[in-house]
Design a protein around this ligand. Sequence first.
Ligand SMILES: Cc1cc2nc3c(=O)[nH]c(=O)nc-3n(C[C@H](O)[C@H](O)[C@H](O)COP(=O)(O)OP(=O)(O)OC[C@H]3O[C@@H](n4cnc5c(N)ncnc54)[C@H](O)[C@@H]3O)c2cc1C
Length: 464
Amino acid sequence: MPTTFDSIIIGAGQAGPTLAGRLTQSGRNIAFIERKLFGGTCVNTGCTPTKALVASAYVAQKARTAASYGVTVPATISVDMKAVKARKDQIVLKSRNGLETWLRGMKNCTVFTGHAHFESPNQIRVGDDLLTAKEIFLNVGGRAIVPDFPGADTVPWMDNVGILELETLPRHLVVVGGSYVGLEFGQIFRRFGSEVTVIEKSSRLVSREDEDVSASIKSFLEKEGITVRLHAECIHLESRGDDIAVGVNCEDDSSDSIGSHVLLAVGRRPNTDDLGLENAGIAHDEHGFITVDDQLRTSVPGIWALGDCNGRGAFTHTAYNDYEIVAANLLDPAVPDQAPRRVTDRIPCYALYTDPPLGRVGLTEDEVRKSGKPALIGTRPMTRVSRAIEKGETEGFIKVLVDQNTKQILGASILGTGGDEAIHCILDTMYARAPYTLIQRAVHIHPTVSELLPTVFGDLKPLT
Ligand SMILES: Cc1cc2nc3c(=O)[nH]c(=O)nc-3n(C[C@H](O)[C@H](O)[C@H](O)COP(=O)(O)OP(=O)(O)OC[C@H]3O[C@@H](n4cnc5c(N)ncnc54)[C@H](O)[C@@H]3O)c2cc1C
């Protein structure tokens, strides 16, 4: 087996595999290294399994509220966690196996299984093999942060990996971390039937979002029976019989939350601490994120970093876009006068998959205010969206922000049923650099959530 390749890719996450396809098509002979599960976080312990569970939880909730739709179901709804997990596992396995089979069958691609680390700027050690290449692409992703809470080393707790293995329902799940990952799991398990407490150290949930978004999410989670505890300044854990006590020392309530299970969801860190970056002289920041330029080149020529490990995005779509940027700039024929593809061409967008979901694009209202731009704002509660009323899903609201002078859209939040889809109408208008009046004059399909966007853009007021 040759140990010298044209290119080496480390990590079968959301950028590496498709990049392998393009590199081999270009005639390169490549080595592909994955240490664990093909498909990385998204496929195995992130997007795919959580959205499969969100779907099961949605069905449970609909069954529970069936009477309000005129549908009769048994008075008590129960969830078979083994079956829920089996469904989730089947979806995950299909995706993971498909990817692995594709890579292993790829012409001019040699797959190595094991942990990779740098021995020098162009040498990678994986087990007994020492591989050399002129081009190295890092797609090593990230993992959950293990916080140094007092007592965290004395009690069992779960992260996003562990909680996905549960085959029985937690009696009481205490979620530490009231942000994207914690809230999705919290609502999922509440709908499955667990008692759920969410503990968050800041003054509101998902504190990166606007206050009205945080407040609305808190309100609909509490209506479902989730206990939310904010201002948790001094979180600590200890055993209490068979249970786990999470101490919070909150401003208003300092009693412990006692759960049968604890999920720690307090952030993510890059998988770069064991990659031997120092042996290659690759620069990184104080959190371990690899420093890259606008084309995702690291500080060492011939080495690129893609996906969560570069700190320029924390989503599957940003990791995939990183692949597109690197592949285009490296492999596509140069077009005269056309600038290379860049990370900064990307418009920030993402969704939070609570039910209802939050679709987000561009700046928040808070960020627009801080920018000092003269801006206009439009809002509409979901209680005034026909589709939401018909579906019986009226929590949330639509909010859009535009630049008063240029008429360009600055950002939007759609917290409501279908918000994760409807947001794309705004996103594509922003990519087209078209003024908001384009949407205002468009005719959208009735009845949809998107149908209301022309109305919202037609009723803008100065942001004061
Ligand atoms: C619970 C949860 C839910 C999420 N939901 C969403 C969502 O709905 N939508 C969304 O866009 N994003 C979501 N994300 C984020 C998304 O999963 C990540 O942004 C995405 O997976 C990042 O992809 P990546 O390619 O950078 O890395 P990863 O997918 O993490 O892949 C990295 C791969 O590299 C391998 N690797 C690491 N180090 C080495 C090494 N030294 N040697 C060999 N192999 C190595 C790992 O085993 C892994 O397979 C979620 C994340 C979590 C935790």
